[in-house]
Design a protein around this ligand. Sequence first.
Ligand code: NDP
Ligand code: MG
Length: 357
Amino acid sequence: MKRITILGSTGSIGVQALQVIDRLGWQVVALTAHSNETLLHQQVKQFNVKHFACGNAEEIAKCAAIPCDIVLNAIVGIAGLVPTIEALRAGNPVALANKESLVAGGSLVMQLAHEKGLPILPVDSEHSAIFQCLQDNNSPAKLILTASGGAFFGKTREQLAQVTAADALQHPTWNMGAKITVDSATLFNKGLEVIEAAWLFGMHVDDIDVVVHRQSIVHSLVEYNDGAVLAQLGAPDMQLPIQYALTYPARLPMPAQRLNLTETGTLTFEAVDHATFPAIELCKIAWRRGGLACAALNGANEQANALFRQGKLGFLDITPAVQQAMLAAPVGNPNSLDDVFAADKLAREHVDNNRKR
Ligand code: NDP
Ligand code: MG
C-alpha cells in the first residue's frame, strides 16, 4: 500500500492513474487540477482526499510537497516544472509524465534529484520501455524511440499546408490531451522525448534514434555494446507504464488487454521523414546548444501549439516559429529556475511577435 499524490488528476494521464490506484486499493494524499473543478471534486470525494488545489499555482506546489510515497506529475506544459521541483525538495520520489519539466529545466531537476537521492520514474511509454529494458544494469550504447508518426504520417508539405487543428487531434493509436496530440502530429512530441530520454538516461542526443512504428506495439528499444537489442512490447495502453512507475520495482497484476502477436500480425519500422517533419532534428540542435535553448524551444512550442489549436497559426508555420525563437536564445545552461522562466517567456513573445508581423 503506497500513498500517492497526483498533479493534473483531471487529465488523460491523471484519470487513468486514478483507475490504476483504485484497482491497487492505494491511498490518495492530494489531487490537483487547473480548470475542471467538477471532476476534481468528484475525485476528491471518491478517493476521500484531504488535500486538493485547482488553478492556483502556489497551492498546487504545496500539494506536491506534502510527504507521500510518490508524486505523479501529469500536468501538461511548463506549469509542471515548479511542482516537480517542489516534490523533490520535499523529499518525494517523482513519477513523471510531464516531459516539459525535463525539456525546460532538465539540468536543475536532475541535479536536485541526484542531491536528494530520489528517483524520477518515467511514465511516458517510450521511457518506461527503455527503463524496463535497462534493468540488467549494463550501460546502453544507443536508445531507439518508436514514434507512431502522428496524425499526418505520409503527408506531403502541400497537403500539410491545408490541415487544421481538428485534423491533428485525430491520433491513430493513443487518446491523449490536446497539446500532446498536436505535438504528435508535428513530431515535436518525439523531439521532446529525445531530450527527456537524454536527461533520464544520461545519453547524448546523437545516441538516441527515432524510428516510425505505426502499430505502437514496440514501445522503445535499447541497443547494448555487443549489438543485442532489447525491446518492450505491449498493447497500447498507458495504464501499464503508469502502474509500473508506481509499483516499481514490483510488477503487479493488471487486467489489461494482452498482446496477441498472431492477431497483431506484421510490425513495421520506417525512417522518419525529417525533411517534412524537422521537429526532432530541431530538438537535437536545441539540446546541443544547452538548457536555455531547450527552455526556449519548449516555451515556443507550447505557444505555437496553442496558436495552431486556436486557428491562428498554420501547421507548417509551427516548426519555423519554434526554430527562430530557439535560435534567438543564448547558448548555455540555466543557473536557476528564473533563467528557465525568462527563456520561456522571451520565446513565447518571439512566437507572438513574429506572427503579428
Ligand atoms: P491533459 O491535457 O489531458 O491533462 C492535463 C492536466 O494538467 C489536467 O489535469 C489539467 O487540469 C492540468 N493542467 C493544465 N494546465 C495546467 C496548469 N497551468 N497548471 C496546473 N495544472 C494544469 O494532458 P495529458 O494527460 O495528455 O498529458 C499530461 C502530461 O503527460 C503531458 O506532459 C504529456 O506530454 C504527458 N504524456 C501524456 C500521455 C498521454 O497518453 N496522455 C502519454 C505520455 C506522456 P484541468 O483538466 O483541470 O484543466
Ligand atoms: Mg510518449
